[in-house]
Design a protein around this ligand. Structure first.
Ligand code: EZ4
Ligand code: CO
Length: 402
């Protein structure tokens, strides 16, 4: 029987920071797991290096479910993004190893393909409405079937989700950047640019919008109602989801579909959202929600309630997560959509991935495992670069949800 011989944690910043776990078996088979928690990277690296790696060595790499239970129940302390990201890294690496040993892509081990490819949405954004319209046109030209639209709010001179040059949501060095927020200005402005996009391009593509936890439930209800004519594919994170019941209020007022989950890390965090049908899409991911094993459990629960998947896929999730997400997306019956932003060249020099884009869809190559390798040598050129996500403050100086 092969054993886990080695588990290494790599921290590198090829374009942005990534934490990667590589497990090697006594037969020399390697598996990769993403362990990146944007802005809190070293907490997960320490959790793995100091508390998990010593438990892995000598164990059976075949027993993926047992390993999940062992790390989750064995920690005693429940849930939370640091724990669930660390467990995810181990789980993902073991699925990669199982695929390589079987000589099969991971999606085959998950039951095989349910679809030919994975529909993705791209991120169009603009400093003003004409720039947003140009960006939407660019995504349409690239064949995207679904596009998220975000524009800077004039009164506050910016917004989350708006690219500056080639950089998306740059995390600041030293201390977090503080950015102003006005709910009133956003609520007046955002529906107008979503309408402008529909007026210009019509309805032959899916239009998405991210609210990024910025509204109260009743404000979100008003927003959802005000954009019903735009027929959004979804409004994302309309209000923070610590209180799952808050979404009932939104539901009572609008038919705009709701997506939640990128910041949530376990099935218990989305339980009521799903079982009470308070959302339409669940956005939990491989890396932040306990790996392929736990994400499948969430998606199976969601399927019972006609909730579809829409996994988080911004560039702070590594190419290992993207590949794992595509394997899951290919194999679950209730797939909805996958978020995707291409990683920069430096990232792809370190993570050699077989994920490919064509005509609005992603696919993986027919290679064993996840189809991603980590180039340790290339990674050495990109040392860790501590950064923080921004913090939002209302115009009176009080802290708001970012
Ligand atoms: O702000 O991934 O839908 N995508 C998002 C992201 C998140 C970042 C946080 O690290 O909201 O861009
Ligand atoms: Co989001």
């Amino acid at each position: 029987m092969a054993k886990i011989e080695r588990a290494e944690v790599f921290i590198a910043s090829p374009g942005r920071n990534f934490v990667t776990l590589r497990i090697t078996t006594s037969d020399g088979v390697t598996g990769l797991g993403d362990a990146t928690l944007n802005g809190r990277e070293l907490a997960v690296a320490s959790y793995l290096r100091d508390h998990v790696v010593p438990l892995l060595v000598g164990r059976d790499p075949d027993r993926i479910e047992d390993m999940w239970q062992y790390l989750y129940r064995g920690a005693y302390w429940r849930r939370g993004p640091v724990t669930m990201t660390a467990i995810a890294a181990v789980d993902t690496a073991l699925w990669d190893i199982k695929g390589k040993i079987a000589g099969q892509p991971v999606y085959q081990l998950l039951g095989g393909r349910c679809r030919d490819g994975v529909m993705v949405y791209g991120h169009a954004s603009g400093a003003d409405v004409p720039a947003l319209i140009d960006d939407v046109a660019r995504f349409r030209d690239q064949g995207f079937k679904a596009i998220r639209a975000q524009a800077a709010v004039p009164e506050i001179g910016g917004s989350y989700g708006v690219r500056k040059g080639s950089v998306y949501e740059p995390a600041a060095t030293s201390l977090p950047d503080e950015q102003p927020w006005s709910t009133e200005a956003y609520l007046d402005f955002a529906p107008t640019y979503l309408e402008a996009v529909r007026d210009r391009f019509g309805f032959d593509f899916h239009l998405l919008h991210d609210i990024h936890h910025r509204l109260t439930p009743i404000e979100a209800a008003r927003f959802g109602k005000s954009v019903e004519e735009c027929r959004l594919f979804w409004m994302e994170d309309p209000t923070p989801a610590e209180n799952q019941d808050a979404f009932r209020l939104i539901r009572q007022h609008t038919t705009t579909p709701v997506a939640v989950g990128e910041a949530l890390s376990s099935i218990w965090d989305v339980q009521h959202l799903i079982t009470e049908q308070l959302i339409d899409y669940v956005r939990t991911t491989v890396v932040h929600a306990g790996g392929i094993t736990h994400l499948r459990r969430i998606f199976d629960l969601a399927a019972l309630y006609q909730v579809r998947t829409g996994s988080h896929g911004a560039t702070d999730l590594s190419p290992v997560t993207l590949a794992a997400a595509v394997h899951v997306d290919l194999s679950v019956p209730n797939f909805g959509i996958q978020e995707w932003m291409p990683h920069v060249r430096e990232t792809m020099e370190v993570f050699r991935s077989t994920v490919s884009y064509s005509d609005g869809m992603l696919d993986v190559a027919e290679v064993p495992g996840l189809g991603v390798e980590y180039d340790e040598k290339a990674a050495e050129r990109f040392p860790y670069d501590p950064r923080y996500l921004p913090v939002a403050r209302r115009l009176d100086g009080s802290v708001h949800d970012w």
